[in-house]
Design a protein around this ligand. Structure first.
Ligand code: UDP
Ligand code: MG
Length: 148
C-alpha cells in the first residue's frame, strides 16, 4: 500500500492545528503509520529540502522549518501521495482552494502550515530520512469498511 510523508510545520503546531490536520487524514480513511513531534537541526532541514537549495527562498524556508517543533507523519492508503497533496492544497495559499488545509488555514506561501511528498519517489526518500526505523506496522480494523 502506498505511503506518504506529511509534516505539520512549526506554524501549524504553534497555531494549534495538529488535531484538525490529523483528523482530516483520518476521516478520509487513510491510516497513520508513523508520528512524532520533533525540532530539527538546520542541516536536517537542508537535507529534507535539498532539491530547493538553489531557490531564493531556501534560507528563509530552512529558518522557518527549524523555528519550532514539527509533527512528522507517515500516512498510508490507496493513492495517498496525490490525494494527500489535494487535501493540503496549492503551495501558495492565495491559490489554495477553500476546503484544503492551506486554503482554510494559511495566507502566505512562507507560512503554509504543512508539507506533503510530491511523488511516490519523494515519499520513499522522505520517509527514509524522517523515519529511519520505518513505519509502525499495524492493520486498521476499518480496512474492509473503506476498501471494497
Ligand atoms: N516556499 C516559499 N516561497 C516560494 C515557494 C515555496 O517560501 O515562493 C516554501 C513553502 O513553504 C513551500 C516550500 O517552500 O511549501 C517548499 O516548496 P515546494 O515548491 O516544494 O512546495 P510544496 O511542495 O510544499 O507545495
Ligand atoms: Mg515540495
Amino acid at each position: 500500500m502506498e505511503q506518504t510523508f506529511i509534516m505539520i510545520k512549526p506554524d501549524g503546531v504553534q497555531r494549534g492545528l495538529v488535531g484538525e490536520i490529523i483528523s482530516r487524514f483520518e476521516k478520509k480513511g487513510f491510516t497513520l503509520k508513523g508520528l512524532k513531534l520533533q525540532t530539527v537541526e538546520q542541516s536536517f532541514a537542508e537535507k529534507h529540502y535539498e532539491d530547493l537549495a538553489a531557490k531564493p527562498f531556501f534560507s528563509g524556508l530552512v529558518e522557518y522549518i527549524i523555528s519550532g517543533p514539527v509533527v512528522a507523519m507517515i500516512w498510508e492508503g490507496k493513492g495517498v501521495v496525490a490525494t494527500g497533496r489535494k487535501i493540503i492544497g496549492a503551495t501558495n495559499p492565495a491559490a489554495s482552494e477553500p476546503g484544503t488545509i492551506r486554503g482554510d488555514f494559511a495566507i502566505h506561501v512562507g507560512r503554509n502550515v504543512i508539507h506533503g511528498s510530491d511523488s511516490v519517489e519523494s515519499a520513499t526518500k522522505e520517509i527514509g530520512l524522517w523515519f529511519p526505523d520505518g513505519p509502525t506496522n499495524w492493520q486498521s480494523s476499518l480496512h474492509p469498511w473503506i476498501y471494497e
